[in-house]
Design a protein around this ligand. Structure first.
Ligand SMILES: Cc1cc2nc3c(=O)[nH]c(=O)nc-3n(C[C@H](O)[C@H](O)[C@H](O)COP(=O)(O)OP(=O)(O)OC[C@H]3O[C@@H](n4cnc5c(N)ncnc54)[C@H](O)[C@@H]3O)c2cc1C
Length: 320
């Protein structure tokens, strides 16, 4: 089986994405960049996208261990949502009321921004903004739904942001049985995650951003990324990696910071490859969305070509 086919078998999303999934160029020698990014997931690629928009002359390099969109970015639940797993009250305690509100507003804005960027760039990621319903099927869930609405109102979020549904209204969404009510928010779109991630990678390449696939970063140093080279060395073997020289780096994907090694950070013996950059590029650490079975969440999406009228999933409560 070809490597591309192996990636296809990973998920429905990869299996249904157009184009090739065979790994593209890998880094096979030292190079230089203004900004070097570890990981071609959405964190790394959106960062590269907006940096490149802000300054098309920037030399941007992404080093990806597998292929662009390999991780959660290319095969997640397919919700582009403003649902944030931290309550407004918690954010206020952490950063103040205005910052909490600004964070939520920015999340909402980002849903539209993803749709706009995809449309502008011709990425057919099946973006369809139909909103989200959380069904309440027990008195406890209904109480939580009311609490969520009440909290939102305290911070200035009105009916246009989220509203309580009666049992009848909630039932109308997909003919759900035994439902007591629900919460509806319009701030959610359904997407095909692999189409978005793979499309974004293509757009970046056309803009001159270099994405090296099958290029695992083994070490982060000030101004330098060191990759593993063509083969992952086994214990006792020497690696033949490359270097990218750069000025500042943050790891995307798992949130680890430079100097805090994880399983993939072990230095490789022998000649290593590096990516170097001379700028101040910063890739924000990733934050995984919570998935749980406490509250049912259904993005309403009548136009989604894959999921049909409703796309169902579940999700944990926000941290309060
Ligand atoms: C099951 C699940 C469902 C989810 N559903 C949703 C959803 O519906 N909506 C939503 O918004 N979010 C969802 N999320 C969360 C969302 O997918 C992630 O927060 C997001 O994809 C993280 O993007 P990222 O680029 O930071 O990480 P990733 O997508 O994981 O990308 C990191 C990349 O870095 C690469 N990499 C790792 N280590 C190295 C290394 N040493 N060298 C080179 N490359 C490396 C990986 O191969 C990977 O491609 C879900 C997450 C999971 C797990």
């Amino acid at each position: 089986m070809s490597q591309g086919d192996e990636y296809r078998r990973l998920s429905f999303w990869h299996d249904s994405v157009p184009g090739q999934l065979a790994p593209a160029d890998r880094l096979d020698g030292d190079t230089e960049a203004d900004v070097a990014i570890v990981g071609a997931g959405l964190t790394g690629m959106w960062t590269a996208y907006y940096l490149s928009k802000a300054d098309p002359a920037l030399r941007i390099v992404l080093c990806e261990r597998e292929i662009a969109g390999f991780g959660a970015s290319g095969r997640n639940g397919g919700w582009c949502s403003a649902l944030f797993p931290a309550s407004l009250a918690k954010l206020e305690r952490m950063a103040g009321r205005e910052s909490a509100i600004a964070m939520y507003r920015e999340m909402q804005h980002t849903v539209d921004e993803v749709g706009k960027a995809a449309a502008d760039e011709g990425i057919d990621c099946h973006w369809a903004k139909g909103g989200t319903v959380q069904f309440a099927r027990s008195p406890t869930q209904l109480e939580r739904a009311r609490e969520e609405i009440n909290e939102a109102r305290l911070y200035g979020f009105d009916e246009s942001d989220l509203r309580l549904l009666s049992a009848e209204e909630a039932q109308e969404f997909g003919g759900v049985s035994d439902v007591l009510g629900g919460v509806f928010t319009p701030h959610c779109a359904a997407i095909h995650p692999s189409r978005l991630a793979r499309g974004l990678a293509e757009v970046l390449r056309s803009a001159g951003v270099r994405i090296y696939e099958k290029t695992e970063v083994r070490r982060l140093e000030p101004g330098r990324l060191v990759t593993a080279g063509e083969q992952r060395p086994q214990a006792g073997e020497q690696g033949n990696g490359s270097e990218v020289v750069h000025g500042d780096e943050r790891r995307s994907g798992d949130g680890r910071q430079p100097g805090h090694p994880g399983p993939g950070d072990q230095p490789v013996d022998g000649a290593a490859r590096q990516v170097s950059h001379g700028g101040d590029g910063v890739v924000a650490a990733a934050r995984e969305t919570e998935v749980g079975d406490d509250v049912r969440v259904v993005p309403v999406n009548a136009d989604h070509p894959l999921a049909g009228p409703l796309q169902a999933g579940s999700r944990g409560r926000a941290h309060t």
